[in-house]
Each structure stands twice: as C-alpha cells, then as structure tokens.
Design a binder for this molecule. Structure first.
Ligand code: ZN
Length: 144
C-alpha cells in the first residue's frame, strides 16, 4: 500500500519544516486520478503522528476533481464524462486486441482513465490533465 509511504513522506516533511512550531491543521490536496485510498491515508497519518509533534494536528484531506482538456479545441470535461469515454475506448480496443488479453480494468481505473481519453467534441487524443493528479501539502495552520 503506497498510502503508508506517502503518509510517511508527509509526516517527515512536516516534522522537519516545523520543528519548533505547533501545527494546528494541515490540508493535503489529493487528485482524483491518484490511486489512493483516502481512509487508509488518513489512518496512516494518524498512526505515524502518534508520539510526535503532530500528534494533535488535524489533517484535512481534500480531493481535487479531475479536469481533462483538449489541446486542439479547448474542450474541458470531468470524471463522469471521462468514464464514458473510457468505456467507448475499451469497447473499440476489443476488436484489435486478441481475445483473452484484455483484463478487466476495474482495479486500475484512475490511471486508465487518464491514459485512454479522446476529446468528446472533436475526437482528438491530444489531451492534457488540467487537474486531478495533485498530491501536495496545500495549507499549514500554525499556532501563534
Ligand atoms: Zn477537442
């Protein structure tokens, strides 16, 4: 579970950056396209903070929605549309992939969604992910 190594990185960074300060609250932004289990991450943060300066700090985990953008026409779309497009792309690929090679994608959906997109307006595949891949400590509130 990489949630634990991510939590460890966050806790270590905070402890090093705010050695002599009291951290009241930390906001962590997590993109919807990250294959992360928020509850596991929350638990890992709480367990790893025990006995440290962060023991009483509040961690708020904010999920940022995925936004895809077409580089050709500028169209933007979100996860619900992206899942529809993914379904269409996988249906189409069934005809070119030998039978039996296509594994059910359920487990890897967040990463698959990003890789298998085309513009719902113009049909091109030159797209960028405008948001949804973040993983950052976005705010830290310190006690005065
Ligand atoms: Zn387009």
């Amino acid at each position: 579970m990489h949630e634990w190594s991510i939590a460890e990185g966050i806790v270590t960074t905070l402890l090093e950056s705010f050695k002599d300060q009291k951290v009241l609250e930390v906001e962590i932004k997590i993109g919807e396209l990250r294959d992360l289990n928020i509850e596991v991450l929350r638990e890992a943060l709480s367990i790893l903070s025990k006995g440290t300066n962060l023991e009483d700090s509040r961690f708020s985990l904010v999920v940022s929605k995925a936004v895809f953008k077409c580089l050709s026409c500028g169209e933007k779309w979100m996860m619900d549309k992206a899942l529809e497009i993914l379904g269409e792309m996988l249906d189409a690929s069934r005809y070119i992939i030998e039978e039996g090679e296509l594994e059910p994608p359920i487990h890897f959906i967040p990463s698959l969604v990003a890789g298998l997109q085309k513009c719902p307006r113009c049909g091109r595949i030159d797209i960028e992910i405008e948001s949804g891949k973040e993983l950052e400590i976005s705010k830290v509130y310190l006690s005065q």
